[in-house]
Design a protein around this ligand. Sequence first.
Ligand code: SD4
Length: 330
Amino acid sequence: SEKFPIVVSTWPFIEAVRAAWRAVDNGSSAVEAVVEGCSACEELRCDGTVGPGGSPNENGETMIDALVMDGVTMEVGAVAAMRFVKDGIRAANLVMKYSQHTLLAGEGASAFAISMGLPGPMNLSSPESVKKWSDWKENRCQPNFRKNVVPENDCGPYKPNNGAMTVSGDKRTESCEMGKIEYRPPLVGPHNHDTISMAVIDKMGHIAVGTSTNGATFKIPGRVGDGPIVGSSAYADDEVGGCGATGDGDTMMRFLPCYQVVESMRQGMKPEEAAKDAISRITRKFPDFVGAVVAVDKKGSHAGACHGWTFQYSVQNPDMDDVQVFTVLP
Ligand code: SD4
C-alpha cells in the first residue's frame, strides 16, 4: 500500500511503533515521532538489547549507540559507546538540535547529554545484564569478538547458548582445547536483535529515521557498531524515502546498506528490489552474514530483505487499526 503517515520499525517492537504512531497521528513531526518510538523501546528495554540494563560488553558494562536523521534537512545527531546515560535516542536528538556536530562518543557524549538536561550519570547495568555477563565470563571458552586468539587461562568448559547466541551448524562448539579453538564473532540471533531502527513519514510527507541499541553483546569495550553510523543503520532523504538496518553491524557498516537502499530507490528501484540489492552486496563478500534492512519510499511503500535469519518488521499506517508485523524470509 502507498500510504502516509507511516511508521516502520525493525522487529516486532509493537509498543515502540504504537508510541511513534500516536505522536505522528497527533501531528508531531517525523523526527519527534522517531524519538518517541525509539525512546519507548529504550524504556521497555526491547529484547534486553536496547536501552539501560541491556547487552553488556566484554567488561560487563552496558553502553548505548543511537542515531537520528532528519530527511528534510539531512541533519544527523548520534552518540556512540555512550556510558552512564540511558536515553540514547534523546541524546542523539540533542546532538542534532543543539550542536554543530554529528557524532559524539564515549564520556564526551554522556557529558553533553547530561549538560543538556538528560538524567545521569547513572549505572546502566541491570540484574539481567550482570547475570548474562557473569554466565559468559564463567564459560569463557565461548566465541567472542577477538579473532584467532586464545587468551591464556581462559578456556573454561564451553556451554552453548549460555551467553552469546550461537547459530545452528556452528562449528564453534566442536573444540575447546587450548590453542585450538577458533574464536569467531558471536552472531546476532532470533532473540538477540540488539537494534531498533525506525522510519517515520509524518502528515506533511517528511521523513526521519532513528536507531537505538546496546550494540553487539560482549563486544570489546570501545567498539562502535553500525548503530550510530549514518547510512549504515539508517538513512533518510525526503526526496526518496528511508531505511533501517539490523544485524551484524561490524560487517554492515562496511557497506552503508541504508545509504545504498536510499540511493537505489533514487535511481528508480522499488523498496523490495533496493533492499535485496543492498543485502546481496554484503553477502557476495560475506556469505555467512546475518542481517536485514527495511526500506520505505516517500509514498509509504515498504519492504524488507534479510540474510541468515528470518526477519520481521512492524508497520502502522492509516489503513491499519493497529501495528502489523511483516515476516521476511531469507
Ligand atoms: C550492532 N547492529 O551493534 C547491532 C546489532 C544488531 O540486530 O542490530 N542486532 O552490531
